[in-house]
Write a protein that binds this ligand. Structure first.
Ligand SMILES: Cc1cc2nc3c(=O)[nH]c(=O)nc-3n(C[C@H](O)[C@H](O)[C@H](O)COP(=O)(O)OP(=O)(O)OC[C@H]3O[C@@H](n4cnc5c(N)ncnc54)[C@H](O)[C@@H]3O)c2cc1C
Ligand code: FES
Length: 505
């Protein structure tokens, strides 16, 4: 519990809560948020169930509140988690009002599940193919939506769905224990009758017969399928390097193997100055390793964030002792000595390669689905085959905001697509119109980015990059395509709302 805010059992004056305001207080030992919309006052749990951010620091939008850290959205009326990354609802509390007092009483019972849609036959069996974040969000949403029939969550991974972004952050720097990583407890799957199959690789989807065949020959029939096979790390060939000295970071198993190797390592090369590569660099520095970043870029992340922001992030890493070798690549290795393409030599115990991912589309391709740098889906996330939806890193969807077809590798977006795909399998006909959002963490700086700007003709920075307090706007032909913020979480939410409500291009 936080120790701020008034005791809401004693109540507050209505003047302390103006229209559109939110306030964090306490009821017993619980943090509770009160929010006012016109004459209505709502009270819900005050901390986001995702990573416990105080919701009062977020944004009130209609009768919902958005979390300042990773933009989860909750209904003030029901407490329902309307949008990922939070998958759990928050509790509502009873509010009592008199002329001069707003008092919060007891916690209310959880709202009933949504009723099935009249006239829409529910599939008798659903297979969610892919146990990453899109897959688990789809499975959770199916049960939250009241789907009661057979549900299988199939994963080639050996671990139950986990917090993948944390692999390069708190888990790698040693602050997050293994126990933080699973997104659901083993009991959750049992309690919600989700047949979680791990180490289970699908090899064929027969969309005509509606069957998934596993590598071991087992056949899973389905009425509805969510394809969420994500992406695979691109491999980096380094002539002469022993395989165990070149590591990747996509799975929990990768992360554990890397952490085990770090106990005896003193120097690491990070190949690639991508978001993941630089997060790895920060985590390894925190563990005390010497870190060399080797990348072909002239400025890290300039393609996504622009050179000014890229140079700022590079400076941040340099200030923490990271050495950059830019405009070059690793050409060869001999023992612990790595030769770069420009002739430099770097001695290191291992290489962590963060050189991008490829959407895992092989199954979809073999099944005859439309694939073009990702599985093509319509605005409802349905693929070219009836009853087959796709979500997450592998899906390429028509984005109504940019007017472009997009495929991105963002955690929150993957989950939101999983949720929409699930609801549409149940006949809800929900268009996927979320504005893409991601965040990236480097030391004590977190950058948040909403929208999508592949290219831009104007970039403006309001505030101070050097002080880590600014808003960066990416525009094309006078239209804002994306907004990144550093140290301004609320403004990032405001930018998200503005992008959502901008007329489609
Ligand atoms: C280290 C790291 C850090 C990241 N940090 C951030 C961040 O800070 N912010 C952000 O927005 N995003 C971040 N991302 C990206 C984010 O994690 C991804 O966008 C997200 O995980 C994609 O989810 P997904 O479900 O589509 O795919 P995945 O999470 O990749 O899941 C795919 C699943 O499909 C399974 N699968 C694949 N093929 C088969 C098959 N044939 N049969 C059965 N199962 C199969 C896999 O085993 C896996 O379980 C990060 C990614 C990584 C790797
Ligand atoms: S802490 Fe609220 S969305 Fe992550």
């Amino acid at each position: 519990m936080t120790d701020t805010g008034p005791n809401l059992e004693l109540g507050i004056s209505p003047e302390d809560l103006s229209d559109g305001a939110m306030l964090m207080g306490r009821v017993g030992d619980r943090d509770v948020l009160v929010a006012r919309r016109g004459e209505e006052v709502f009270a819900i749990d005050g901390l986001c169930p995702h990573y416990h951010a105080p919701l009062a620091a977020g944004l009130l939008v209609g009768d919902t509140v958005r979390c300042p850290l990773h933009h989860a959205c909750f209904s003030l009326r029901t407490g329902a988690a309307l949008r990922a990354p939070a998958l759990d609802s928050v509790a509502c509390w009873r509010v009592e009002r008199s002329a001069d007092r707003i008092i919060v009483r007891e916690r209310l019972k959880t709202a009933a599940r949504p009723a099935p849609i009249a006239g829409t036959p529910s599939p008798r069996s659903i297979v969610v193919l892919g146990g990453g974040v899109a897959g688990v969000a789809a499975a959770v949403a199916l049960r939250e939506e009241g789907y009661e029939h057979e549900l299988t969550l199939l994963s080639a991974d050996d671990s139950a769905p986990y917090d993948r972004p944390n692999l390069s952050k708190d888990f790698l720097d040693g602050t997050a224990p293994d126990a933080w990583m699973p997104l659901r407890t083993p009991k959750y799957y049992v309690r919600h009758d989700i047949n979680l199959m791990l180490n289970a690789t699908a090899s064929v989807i027969d969309v005509g017969r509606r069957e998934v065949t596993l590598q071991d020959g087992r056949i899973l029939p389905y009425d509805g399928l969510v394809l969420a096979t994500g992406a695979d790390a691109i491999r980096l060939p380094i002539p002469g390097a022993a395989p165990e000295t070149v590591r990747y970071l996509r799975t929990f198993t990768d992360a554990r193997a890397l952490v085990a190797q770090l106990t005896s390592a003193r120097t690491a090369i990070v190949a690639g100055a991508s978001f993941i590569g630089l997060e790895v660099a920060a985590s390894l520095r925190k563990r005390g390793l010497a870190v060399h970043v080797v990348a072909p870029d002239a400025v890290p992340m300039a393609r996504v964030l622009g050179p000014e922001v890229g140079r700022y992030i590079q400076g941040l890493h340099q200030a923490h002792g990271v050495t950059f070798h830019l405009g070059t690549t690793i050409a060869a290795a001999a023992g612990g000595s790595f030769t770069l393409a420009d002739g430099q030599q770097v001695e290191a115990d291992l290489v962590v390669a963060g050189v991008g991912v490829r959407p895992a589309v092989q199954l979809a391709q073999r099944a005859g689905l439309a694939v073009e740098d990702g599985v093509m889906v319509d605005e409802y996330l349905q693929t070219s085959a009836a009853g087959v939806y796709a979500a997450g890193d592998l899906a390429r969807w028509p984005d109504p905001h940019s007017g472009e077809r997009l495929r991105v590798e963002h955690y929150v977006l993957a989950q939101r697509q999983g949720q929409t795909a699930a609801r549409n399998l149940l006949g809800r006909r929900e268009k996927f119109d979320a504005v893409p959002f991601f965040w990236s963490q480097h030391y004590d700086i977190t950058l948040r980015y909403v929208g999508h700007a592949r290219t831009w003709d104007a970039l403006s920075i309001e505030g101070s990059l050097a002080q880590g307090d600014c808003t960066i706007r990416y525009e094309r032909a006078g239209r804002t395509l994306a907004v990144a913020t550093i140290g301004r979480d609320r403004q990032n939410l405001e930018a998200e709302v503005a992008l959502e409500s901008a007329p489609p291009s």
